[in-house]
Design a binder for this molecule. Structure first.
Ligand SMILES: [Zn+2]
Length: 379
């Protein structure tokens, strides 16, 4: 019930009853403890004539969540920076902090994350309600149930017990998730996914990731791994991936792969990514070729995912979206070439996310666990 009010509110009781098939009395009963606990309130009544579509003759007062009834912290870990946000109950961002990171050893990063969280806790005390938990988003193979990062090639981590280490120091529940899955939860609850029955979030950048929402759930995978688009074996086999395998999509399509390729083909070993992008925009054929290869392989990977899962919408996000124009055409062509039948009807939608959005995703994961009463966030 709280989920519905949170993601679809403001919403009148009669509408909740219609959508859930419950009686109005049952809805009123279910909502009462939420109002009493201070999570939900009645918005001022709307005159009936202003709300003709409901076809009822008396004023309705839609239910809405009290945004500042709780506060949440979301943290995103990257190899070069930590990004932290505090949000309200609807994942609305209240404060943002960015910190540079020059050492990715787990001990240092945990220490720095803890300090960042402490700083954000102070800011949350003045801006919003009591803190319900801290979400940490990390790329790679993450065991969310145990709060453990099993393997993050980008961070160079194996078996880092992030949740335990941080919760012990902060005395606040900590939830750790795969970063792309966190972004998918945010889109599902508070973004484009609110109205979609099924969708995928595909992120392009230093890694290629994919979060899936199907049959009413964000897919976690039985072993905590799913949607690893970046490690589908669709690229030529000669290149070794950060994960240690050969032929992964990321060996051609990650921003590092694009840069390495451009350095090799242009004979400019000190080129940086911005330089490679500039060259490609200027029409340098070697730089263009690196982006074309990436676009081709991303398009094939998208088609493979769409052929398997059949989502109605694919949201393309991630920091690589800034250079989207450089590989869009090849990507769409490869997607069209390999998407099977009606699966290819799914819309590809571009969404520019910032690192703040990733951190917000970590906060959204906390909100979801809290509302569902999942450990360690029982209400
Ligand atoms: Zn790989």
């Amino acid at each position: 019930m709280l989920t519905r009010i949170l993601t679809q509110g403001p919403i009148p009781r009669v509408e909740i009853a219609r959508r859930t098939g419950l009686s109005q009395a049952a809805v009123t009963k279910a909502v009462a403890p939420l109002i009493e606990a201070g999570f939900v309130t009645d918005q001022p009544a709307v005159p009936a004539e202003a709300d003709n579509q409901l076809g009822i003759g008396r004023p309705v007062s839609p239910l809405t969540v009290i945004r500042n009834s709780v506060s949440v912290i979301g943290l995103k870990v990257t190899p070069t920076a930590l990004i932290g946000v505090t949000t309200d109950f609807t994942a609305g961002i209240l404060t943002v902090r960015h910190q540079k990171l020059d050492d990715t050893t787990p001990d240092t990063v945990i220490e720095r994350l803890t300090d960042l969280a402490k700083e954000l806790i102070k800011s949350a005390e003045v801006t919003a309600g009591p803190l319900i938990g801290i979400g940490v988003a990390v790329s790679g193979d993450v065991d969310a149930r145990r709060g453990l990062v099993r393997h993050s090639p980008l961070m160079g981590w194996r078996d880092v017990a992030v949740a335990d280490l941080m919760a012990k120091r902060l005395k606040v529940p900590v939830v750790v998730t795969n970063d792309v899955r966190a972004l998918t939860v945010a889109e599902h609850w508070f973004g484009v996914g609110v109205d979609a029955d099924s969708f995928a979030v595909v992120t392009i950048g230093s890694g290629i990731g994919c979060g899936l929402y199907i049959n009413g759930e964000v897919v976690s995978g039985a072993y905590g791994v799913s949607g690893e688009l970046g490690h589908l074996p669709l690229a030529p086999g000669e290149l070794v991936c950060t994960c240690g395998r050969r032929g992964c999509v990321e060996t051609v399509a990650s921003s590092d792969a694009i840069l390495t390729r451009t350095r090799e083909t242009t004979g400019r070993p000190r080129l940086d990514l911005a330089g490679a992008i500039k060259l490609a925009h200027e029409g340098d054929e070697h730089a263009r070729e690196a982006f074309d290869r990436a676009g081709e392989v991303i398009g094939s990977a998208l088609a493979a995912m769409v052929n398997l899962v059949g989502p109605e919408l694919v949201v393309i996000a991630g920091e690589g979206v800034a250079e989207y124009d450089l590989y869009e055409e090849r990507m769409r062509q490869a997607f069209a070439d390999h998407a099977f039948g009606a699966a290819g009807n799914c819309r590809l939608m571009l969404r520019s996310h910032t690192f703040d959005d990733w951190a917000r995703g970590a906060a959204a994961t906390v909100i979801r666990s809290y509302v569902r009463g999942e450990p360690p966030l029982q209400r």
